[in-house]
Write a protein that binds this ligand. Structure first.
Ligand SMILES: N[C@@H](CCC(=O)N[C@@H](CS)C(=O)NCC(=O)O)C(=O)O
Length: 294
């Protein structure tokens, strides 16, 4: 029995040091990890532990415990808490209860471009060290890789498409339009009339489309919280900012928004994200001042 015991221990050590061939493409890593937890570890202990003397048994258990450390999933989120896009992904991570660490990143250096090719915030490295950027991509990865952690998309294909439609409309016709006025808000300079008109025209369309698509009953797409709720929550901050400069409350023109906003703000996750954002304000504005002199 000593030979198989040694082989099994060697296998565990190789796995610990990452030498085993990986089959972690896509979400299959989850299956790998689960099969290790539920099959290999208990059955290994059950078979070999009774055959060992006390010292060997302690070693074997030690090897399994250190293997278990590899199961600790640690995603890294790069960016800064004042960013609405960053907060979308952070909210999703918190909602799914996934362990992650935050690395503050203002601006882009060569190392960051490796993670986020456009230098934009947020970016993420997965539990396997793979890089990705773009908030919607990160959110969808988290949903695909962790489908059982408080799902954020409905099961039905068409319902999923409708959630994505709201997200896309919010991104293209609300966030990106409102974002064009952020520099004017920071520098407190007047918005040129032509730009004000362009932004208003797009926001008008975005608000009309949202009024057509969203239910707010009580959530954006009905009785369950979806990715659209999280996405829209952090888009509306930029719409409000633009509205303030354009002297028009676009957010209030979204039917049912007030109750929904109150409901969305009244969770521990939203409170944490909002508090972190507030706390990050001074660092963000110090960075802007240093970089742009405003
Ligand atoms: N499409 C990107 C947009 C991200 C974005 O614009 N982030 C801002 C911070 S809120 C940023 O990185 N700005 C710096 C830049 O554009 O270089 C996403 O969805 O993640």
């Amino acid at each position: 029995m000593i030979a198989p015991l040694k082989r099994f221990s060697a296998w565990i050590c190789a796995w610990n040091s990452g030498d085993l061939p990986s089959s972690s493409a896509g979400s299959s890593h989850l299956k790998d990890e689960l099969s290790l937890i539920f099959l290999c570890i208990p059955s290994g202990l059950a078979i070999f532990a009774p055959l060992c003397d006390n010292g060997a048994r302690a070693q074997l258990i030690g090897a399994f415990v250190s293997s278990a450390r590899h199961l600790k999933i640690m995603i890294t989120l790069y960016g800064f808490s004042y960013s609405n896009y960053y907060n979308i992904v952070k909210h999703v991570l918190l909602h799914k209860g996934l362990p992650f660490k935050e690395v503050e990143q203002f601006g882009a250096d060569d190392a960051y471009i490796e993670i986020s090719p456009l230098g934009k915030v947020p970016a993420m490295t997965t539990e396997h060290g793979e890089c990705m950027s773009e908030s919607t991509v990160c959110c969808d990865y988290l949903e695909d890789a962790y489908p059982f952690n408080s799902p954020l998309y409905p099961a039905d294909d068409y319902d999923r498409a409708r959630v994505r439609q709201v997200i896309k409309v919010s991104e293209l016709y609300l966030e990106l339009a409102g974002r064009r006025l952020i520099p004017f808000s920071i520098s407190k300079s007047p918005v040129p009339a032509a730009l004000a008109q362009e932004v208003s025209d797009v926001l008008n369309k975005g608000v009309a489309a949202l009024n057509n698509l969203a239910e707010f009953d009580p959530y954006v797409m009905g009785n369950k919280l979806t990715m659209a709720d999280i996405y829209l929550r952090y888009v509306l901050g930029v719409v409000a900012l633009a509205g303030a400069l354009l002297e028009r409350d676009f957010v209030a023109e979204i039917e049912g928004i007030e109750d929904w906003q109150e409901m969305m703000a009244d969770t521990d996750i939203a409170r944490k994200v909002d508090a972190d954002r507030e706390a990050n304000g001074p660092a963000f504005f110090a960075y802007i001042k240093e970089r742009y002199g405003i």
